[in-house]
Design a protein. Sequence first.
Length: 331
Amino acid sequence: MKNHNKKYLILSGIISISALIWIAWVFTLYAAPPDIRVGLILSKNPQEIGADNFLYNSAGVMKREMLNRRKQVEISYAQEAYQNQATVAANMFGEGSYDLVVLSDEIYCDAAEAAAGRYAETIYIVIGDCEEKENEKNLATLHFRYDELGEAAGQVMARRSNSGKLLYMTGDGKNRRNQLIVAGLKRGIKSVNPDAQLNVVRDVQDSGSAMRILERAMDKGVDVINLDLPRQTLLDAYRVIQQRGKHASNWNLDLSPLYPETTLGSYNPDVASVMAWTIVELDNDRLAGKRYSLGLGQNALNITPIYNLPDSEIQAVHEAIQKTHDRGWRE
């Protein structure tokens, strides 16, 4: 009995000492000044679906990645920033000696270039395609190849459609992102059905307009729709599409739990993984003055499981993606 108690006391002591060491390590890690300070400048409300939401939510991934490396990252935000506000925020982060400033939209290219010229010790990254904004050694851009996602989405649409009449609807105007999406959709659709027709509708500003457009399109035979809309409008659209017995895919939000018989899947940039990679590159002094083009090959872009297609059709889509786009990251 005494030996048993002695072993128990020894084991308890070891556990207690281990716990104290772990607590001391965590306290030291979090009490110490951060190893890397990151500023995020967001163009929209981060609670709305889209790149800003993914960037905002990637903060946790960044912190975990650095914690695994026994380093601490501090993240600050400037959200719903207009052009002048973005300029102020970019300069403020630079003056504060932040290590990394990430701007969520290519509308900030000029602000990033100006701030990078002033604060050489801070690295600025723009998520977007900034033409001729690569002169500063501390300025980089992350350009997602949305056409690759669009091509995959287009193949799925064409394989699901019986009428060959398809629709892409977006709340944005004609910008670089949806130009790439449309180019990819058309390429993917034509690879499956050269006779299929894709109608493109931009600048859809509210649910009422979206519902009227959808109803008219479906009355004319459209049976598969790809949607790039704000959350509530997207949910309203899926409800109408389900009522009409048609199918839809979208950008950024997996709606399979709500509309299992309607959804074909969703597509989005994997901003969290990209930001984790960015932090590692920054920590290793490998990130600056470069233009990164990010595609399907190494999970810079995500596709949810494809729903409501026969297994053979799903397999054909995955084989086409693998064959055409096994490129991953590139500068």
